[in-house]
Write a protein that binds this ligand. Structure first.
Ligand code: AMP
Ligand code: MG
Length: 337
């Protein structure tokens, strides 16, 4: 199959929407990362997403809608707290897990009786949902296990020949996937996957916000994850990633012992002036690090990096999302200096 590259003009968005209504799979820009979109209510189309990604069947897909008022078409009940959260954060990088109804096939929800609902704010994704009239199932548009794509060319690298089209909408703004939450009771929620809607932001509308244990800890054998994606090795480039926690001088001392070829460091922008070894940088604050992380991991592979020491990000605010992706990219290999 030839994968066509579409622009983000109206004529091309109409084409993308038509491909989706006919059961096709299209790479679509969103404000988080690029998604692999298909009609969420069409099990045959959704199966093609799983095949193109090589995604395990028990890893559910998020369903994207044009407006939160549409959520009742696909769910069996919506708690009052979900409405208050949606009022504040939708459209935006937030997914709310709700009990699903029969209009969402089991293949879409990875066999669960719940569905993650997200209202994307990106103009292109929003317009394609409107034009298609479909709920759009869209996981990140990477091959399962690799870093998520933040540009159309990343999607082409992973998906050319496997899907109908990719819409080029430029570089993704946030750079990490949406925050995923479930509603615990009338006043509290649980973060299943951290993102750019942070715990602190959610506390403005919730009495309590629980951070799920699996966000920072590896699951033990036999444990089940509330967020199935958390149980897989994920976000990893081909290079071996090691996360190193410490200040820049102890980091520099540490990597000095590893000077063979193919060894790189991924450090903060502000570290670069003092760092004498091969490196790339990924920003100076958590939002910049979220924006650049996946792109840098892909670039390190292109450069031929074999091993990458990453100066660990802060785990506060948006930093928790960056930390969560990196610790998985590193297969939980963390050096604490
Ligand atoms: P991706 O679409 O690749 O960003 O992955 C979506 C992730 O959201 C999955 O791996 C799950 O961890 C989480 N998720 C989606 N739907 C649900 C759900 N119904 N219940 C719990 N977690 C979900
Ligand atoms: Mg993903």
């Amino acid at each position: 199959m030839e994968t066509i590259l579409l622009d983000d003009n109206e004529a091309d968005l109409i084409r993308a929407a038509e491909l989706i209504t006919k059961g096709g799979v299209v790479g679509i820009p969103t404000e988080t990362v690029y998604g692999l979109g298909a009609d969420a209510s069409n099990p045959v189309a959704v199966k093609r997403i799983f095949e193109a990604k090589g995604r395990p069947a028990d890893n559910p897909l998020i369903v994207h809608l044009a407006d939160f008022s549409e959520a009742k078409k696909y769910t069996s009940s919506i708690p009052e707290l979900a409405y208050r959260i949606a009022e504040k954060f939708c459209p935006g990088p937030l997914t709310i897990v709700l009990p699903k109804n029969g209009s969402i096939p089991m293949i879409t929800s990875g066999g669960l009786d719940t569905v993650g609902i997200r209202i994307p704010s990106h103009r292109v994704m929003h317009r394609i949902i409107e034009l298609s009239g479909c709920p759009i199932a869209a996981p990140s548009a990477n091959t399962s296990g690799l870093p998520s794509p933040t540009s159309a060319s990343h999607v082409m690298d992973d998906m050319a020949g496997k899907i109908e089209a990719v819409v080029d909408g430029g570089q993704s703004e946030f750079g990490v996937e949406s925050t995923v939450i479930s509603v615990e009771n009338e006043s509290s929620v649980r973060i299943l996957r951290p993102g750019c809607v942070t715990r602190e932001m959610l506390l403005e509308v919730c009495g309590d916000v629980i951070i799920d244990h699996a966000i920072l800890h590896e699951l033990e054998a036999g444990q089940t994850a509330a967020s199935p994606g958390m149980k897989y090795k994920h976000y990893s480039p081909k290079a071996d990633v090691v996360m190193v926690e410490g200040n820049i001088s102890s980091f520099t001392e540490y990597v000095k012992n590893y000077m063979e070829s193919g060894v790189y460091s991924l450090i903060y922008d502000c570290d670069a002036d003092y760092f004498p070894y091969r490196y790339m940088t990924y920003g100076s604050n958590s939002s910049e690090q979220a924006h650049w992380l996946f792109r840098r991991l892909r670039e390190l592979d292109e450069t031929g990096a074999k091993k990458v020491f990453v100066r660990a990000p802060s785990s506060d605010g948006v930093g928790l999302a960056v930390y969560n992706r990196l610790i998985r990219a590193a297969g939980f290999e963390v050096i604490r200096l």
